[in-house]
Write a protein that binds this ligand. Structure first.
Ligand code: BEZ
Ligand code: FE
Length: 285
């Protein structure tokens, strides 16, 4: 027997078509996804042309994606989904314990193969003419005891002043503006980098088209990405944002959190950098 597509029983039929070999979590996720998609189509009275436009966006995102470009993730980002999922994950973890350093989204420009570097090293391997050199340093500590974590890993990456990450830009040497550092015997890490600058997310694909259709700008506030890890501690993925940035209140991917806004300050007597940023990372078990 068939039911009218507007009838919610149709949605139940689709959900109940799942077989017994699905895991409970997959069954729950798929049921929720199907229900929300059907409700969305019914509530908005989605037309075939509108649905097909969405399908073409998905296909376009797939065609554009490879190991240097993650357009599917970018589409989720401009729709706020990665930031929402990040917030849910952080809030659930926080309910279990006090707040450590807040998380933020990974974004599509992380590279798993970033090399280790020595503390104090300069990650600016291709230096732009308008570089504002910055010394970033701090400690990785246990959130509750404040004890330094010796041998913790701090990985960072940032875009250059032209708004591009090294894998997007043939003019930058590989792994420019990226590095992994191990904290020393006092739990300290340090490196030279650029004062980050705002940049537009790639907007020559479906994510950019969506932004244009929604009458939104593509800019992200100036930020530095961080992943910090230490044995038995919860791995931290986050970003820190320059308090002076004009896009703090309207990040195109909704990733800014108040506790992640930082102050870059003048640095004295260092020929390598006129600015510094001290940032302690607080990890939790
Ligand atoms: C980033 O910060 O690298 C980023 C995050 C989301 C979308 C695009 C870029
Ligand atoms: Fe970024």
């Amino acid at each position: 027997m068939t039911t009218h597509r507007f009838d919610p029983a149709f949605t139940d039929n689709v959900i109940n078509a799942m077989g017994p070999k699905t895991t409970p979590r997959l069954r729950k996720l798929m049921a929720g996804l199907i229900r929300h998609m059907h409700d969305f189509a019914r509530e908005e009275e989605l037309t075939v042309d509108e649905w097909m436009a969405g399908v073409q966006m998905l296909n376009w995102a797939g065609r554009m994606s490879d190991d240097k470009r993650n357009e599917g993730q970018l589409v989720c980002d401009v729709l706020g989904l990665e930031s929402l999922v990040d917030e849910i994950t952080f809030t659930l973890a926080e309910e279990a314990q006090d707040a450590p350093t807040a998380t933020a989204i990974l974004g599509p420009f992380f590279r798993a193969d970033t090399p280790y570097r020595e503390n104090g090293e300069d990650i600016v391997k291709t230096k732009p003419a308008d570089a504002e050199m910055t010394f970033m340093h701090g400690r990785v500590v246990d959130f509750q005891t404040k004890q330094p974590l010796v041998g913790a890993t701090v990985e960072v990456w940032q875009a250059s002043t032209n708004g591009l990450y090294e894998q997007q830009d043939p003019e930058q040497v590989e792994f420019n503006l990226r590095g992994k550092f191990k904290t020393d015997e006092d739990g300290k890490y340090s490196f030279y980098c650029l004062r980050p600058t705002p940049y537009p997310v790639p907007n020559d694909g479906p994510a950019g088209k969506l932004l244009e259709l929604m009458d939104r700008h593509p800019f992200r506030p100036a930020h530095i990405h961080i992943i910090a890890t230490y044995d038995n501690y919860r791995p931290l993925t986050t970003q820190i944002f320059d308090r002076k940035d004009k896009y703090l209140d309207n990040d195109s991917v909704f990733a800014v959190k108040d506790s992640l806004v930082v102050d870059f300050v003048p640095r004295e007597n260092d020929p390598q950098a006129a600015i510094e940023l001290k940032y302690d990372v607080k990890l939790v078990k």
